[in-house]
Each structure stands twice: as C-alpha cells, then as structure tokens.
Ligand binder design. Structure first.
Ligand code: PSU
Ligand code: MN
Length: 326
C-alpha cells in the first residue's frame, strides 16, 4: 500500500492545473444573428416553443396561422422573436422563414431531457416543448418566453406520476413565462400547489383567477394580480436578484374566442374518457387529448388556442420591452 502513496515517476514534468474546475464547454446552440444582435443591444426578445406550431400542437392550417400571428404581434410590440427547435440535430434559437414549413409539419416532441438526444442523434425536427424552449432561451440569455398553456400535474397523478417537465423548467430558469394558465385537462389545483412548492411567483395578468386555457377562468384564485408589464419587470428583477428562477404570468384567453369553463369541462371529460380507451401514455398524452378536444368541441378549441397563443405573445413582448427599461 505504501508504494501506491508515492509520487509517480516524472511527476515534476507534468503541469499541475491550478484548480479542479472543469473547462466550460460552449452550449451546443445556434443563435440566429438577428436574435444575438437584439440580446447584445439590450432590446426586448421573446422566445417561442415549436410544439404548439407542429402537428403535435394545432391542426393545419391553424398552426401556420398561429405561428405567423405570434411572430407578427411580438414585432408589433417592438420586440424580437426567437423561435426554438432542433433542426437537423442543430438546436436553434431563432429560425429563418424558409424553415417555417418544417416547423408547422410533423415532429418528434423534444422536452428538456430529450434535447441532448435530439442533438446527439441529429433529429430532423425536434419540436421544443415549454421545458426545452426554456432551456434554450436561458442558455442564450433570453428573459421572456411565450407559450399557449403550460403542462402541469395531470389528473390521476396518484397512479401515473405524470407531472410535466414544464413545471420544473419554469422553476429553474430565470425566464418569465407567459401562458393562458395551464392546460384545462390537467389537475389545476395540484398544478398551482406544485408551483408554490417550487417557489414560482404566479402572476395573474389583469385577473384575480387562474385561467384555464380555453376558458378565461378556472375559478381558482391566483396568488397575485398584476396590471402592467412594468410591474412584471420589477417583480422579475427582484426575483432574480434574490436568486430565483422563473416567473409565471397567466393571461386569460381573449373574450371573443373563450369557451365557458363549464362547457369546456364537459368536453374534457369526453376527451379524457377517449384517452382512457387508448393506449397513449407519457409524452403522447397531451397531443392526444388536445386533438380529442378539437373533435369534441367541433373545432371551437382551435380558434381559442390560436387566440390565446397570440395574446400571450403580445403580453410577453410588452414584458420583454419593459425589462429593457426603455
Ligand atoms: N400549449 C399549447 N399547445 C401545445 C403545448 C402547449 O397551446 O401543444 C405543448 C407545449 O409544448 C407543452 C407540452 O410544453 O404541450 C406539454 O406536454 P407534456 O404534458 O407532455 O409535458
Ligand atoms: Mn407527461
């Protein structure tokens, strides 16, 4: 044993590193020059996910319409857009218009844990969920992100253990997420409890109740209300100065396209009964239930989904601009 303790031969010739810190590896993410410039110039930037625009989210042609409208409204409010996806194994922050057709097509769903696999296995098109989009946005230094409705704690979690990775990603990354509450077919009270446990400030955008995706209100009280983008910016800055991660801003779907909560709840029961009859599990659940809701509501859920996504993008852009302090 004593010999093992002695210095190996020639040890003096070896340069000893100063510390044991690993060499940082640059994130394998391609940031579009237009986005990189906006970040460097301190202009407002809004990150977007791609799952909602792919075949996994909205049906065609509503998906392409949603993409166009979300991008336009962010620009109209004076912010830059950063659509996220993995294309040909390349994790992108910011995507050129010549790729929009791909974005609106068939995709493999890429949550945060799938990102390294989508890169390593060079997926043709990995559509980012909320958790993956937040990971990419944070790695690029983007402070605001817009989606439709976040994933959360699923009903029946006691048996399935199904809790969306969206919640963990929101808690972890210092980014403001804007959503129309959580998807209506989830266990909304438990989703709110989880967000409390994870120390995520949940801010009702000009509302006192938690929105339920297609419905303006779930009836559940929201912990705090905000009425302006400047308020959100001040709260987010304070959260980050205290070492906090994400802030969740919940904005109700616009009145004109909203579906009353009681009505959508009946449709959810039918959609979840269909789900129980199918063998969908894991990450197939959300796309299957969204498609079923489209059928059960005879397409009414689609314009609601489109309108809420566009509204969230508009709110996110205002917050992004407010965060620049201009
Ligand atoms: N919001 C929408 N449509 C969607 C989604 C959100 O309006 O398709 C997607 C998001 O990408 C979200 C995902 O991250 O659903 C949640 O999936 P899961 O429940 O498997 O975590
Ligand atoms: Mn899940």
């Amino acid at each position: 044993m004593g010999a093992a303790m002695s210095e190996p031969n020639g040890v003096d010739d070896v340069e000893t590193p100063e510390t044991n810190e690993p060499t940082p590896t640059p994130a394998p993410v391609t940031v579009l020059p237009r986005v990189a410039d906006a970040i460097a110039d301190g202009r407002g930037v809004v990150a977007l996910e791609s799952t909602i625009f792919s075949h996994l989210g909205l049906p065609s042609p509503a998906n392409a319409q949603a993409l166009r409208r979300c991008l336009q409204i962010v620009n109209a409010w004076g912010a830059e857009t950063a659509l996220t996806a993995v294309l040909g194994g390349d994790a992108r922050v910011g995507i050129e218009p010549d790729q929009y057709e791909t974005i609106c097509g068939p995709a493999r769903k890429a949550a945060a844990r799938d990102l390294p696999v989508a890169i390593g296995h060079r997926w043709a098109y990995g559509a980012t969920t909320v958790s993956a989009a937040l990971t990419l946005a944070a790695s690029a230094g983007i402070e605001v992100f817009a989606t439709g409705g976040i994933g959360g704690v699923h009903r029946g979690v006691e048996t399935t253990g199904d809790i969306s990775a969206d919640l963990d990603a929101i808690a972890r990354h210092p980014v403001v997420t804007v959503s129309a509450g959580a998807k209506v077919f989830l266990d909304l009270p438990r989703t709110l409890e989880y967000l409390e446990t994870a120390s995520v400030p949940v801010l009702g955008w000009q509302t006192d109740t938690f929105p339920a995706f297609h419905a303006r209100s779930s009836g559940l009280p929201v912990p705090h209300r905000v009425d302006s983008a400047e308020e959100v910016a001040t709260i987010a800055r304070a959260h980050w100065a205290l070492g906090g991660g994400g802030v969740l801003v919940v904005a109700p779907v616009p009145e004109d396209e909203a579906i009353p909560f009681d009505e959508i709840s009946v449709a959810v029961d039918v959609a979840l009964a269909e789900l129980a009859e199918s063998d969908a599990s894991g990450n197939e659940v959300t796309p299957v239930v969204l498609a079923a809701l489209g059928r059960v509501t005879e397409g009414r859920s689609v314009p609601a989904n489109l309108a809420l996504a566009e509204n969230n993008a508009a709110v996110a852009a205002q917050i992004a601009v407010a965060l620049t302090g201009r």
